[in-house]
Design a protein around this ligand. Structure first.
Ligand SMILES: C[S@@+](CC[C@H](N)C(=O)[O-])C[C@H]1O[C@@H](n2cnc3c(N)ncnc32)[C@H](O)[C@@H]1O
Length: 229
């Protein structure tokens, strides 16, 4: 048993080592975009993230300012009707940028307490404590507020969790008939959204600074109740 555990640890350590160049390049690229220097925040540094029970979940990483702004601007809806909801919000960079747009409210949800603690500090540093709400929970247990939703995803979950999130969104669409837009950056599991049958992809934005910033923009479709985007 001890031997299996040691082999597993060894493999984890080796995989971590293999990812170091990617971590380093990404942190350097994000550093160069100057967001943290301008705002005194900590968003560029990548971080391994865990649930309260201790298991690893998709790690924290984020995108460049330009890519996030392009994604928010690429949806083409009246933002003032929508709640911006970052599912797997990490340290909160998209929320901080979304606060510069006329969203009705801004909410971030994350499973990692250390990540959210940094997000809280970032929000305070930017003087946005009264505007941004941060929720510490597993996204599969989160109930979004009523009204139109603008959901931001930066490849936060594996396909199974994304499927559970989509099931909830579809049930909500059928029940409430309020529009939902989804911005999905680094869309590794786009097939999960396509399969739901309730969202239409309206734009495919290439990742200009990095292929990981490719973004698909979806809006909910009429049979699921999206009158008046
Ligand atoms: C790739 S990061 C994206 C961070 C942020 N959206 C951004 O773009 O800057 C993914 C985040 O999802 C969070 N996450 C992973 N699984 C989760 C779950 N089941 N519930 C809530 N958050 C989760 C991780 O803790 C991590 O901070």
């Amino acid at each position: 048993m001890k031997k299996v555990w040691r082999i597993r640890r060894g493999m984890q350590w080796f995989r971590g080592l293999q990812q170091l160049p990617y971590f380093w390049r990404t942190a350097r690229r994000l550093d160069r975009d100057g967001f943290d220097q301008r705002h005194g925040t900590d968003t560029s540094r990548l971080m391994r993230t865990r649930a309260a029970a201790g298991y690893l979940v998709n790690r924290y990483e984020t995108a460049g300012t330009d890519a996030i702004e392009r994604a928010i601007g690429g949806v083409g809806v009246d933002l003032s009707r929508f709640t911006f909801l970052d599912l797997g919000c990490g340290k909160g960079k998209p929320l901080l940028l979304a606060a510069g747009h006329p969203f009705r409210c801004l909410i971030g949800v994350d499973i990692s307490a250390p990540c959210l603690a940094i997000a809280r500090r970032n929000v305070e540093r930017c003087g946005l404590g009264g505007r941004i709400e941060l929720v510490h929970t597993d996204v599969t247990e989160y109930e979004a507020p009523a009204g139109p939703l603008f959901i931001y995803l930066f490849n936060p979950f594996p396909a199974r969790i994304l499927g559970l999130v989509l099931d909830r969104l579809v049930a909500r669409l059928v029940r409430e008939r309020e529009p939902i837009a989804i911005v999905y950056m680094n869309p590794e599991h786009a097939d999960v959204i396509d399969r739901s049958g309730c969202f239409r992809c309206v734009s495919d934005l290439p990742g200009e600074a990095s292929p990981y910033e490719r973004t698909l923009v979806y809006v909910s479709t009429d049979p699921c109740g999206t009158a008046g985007h």
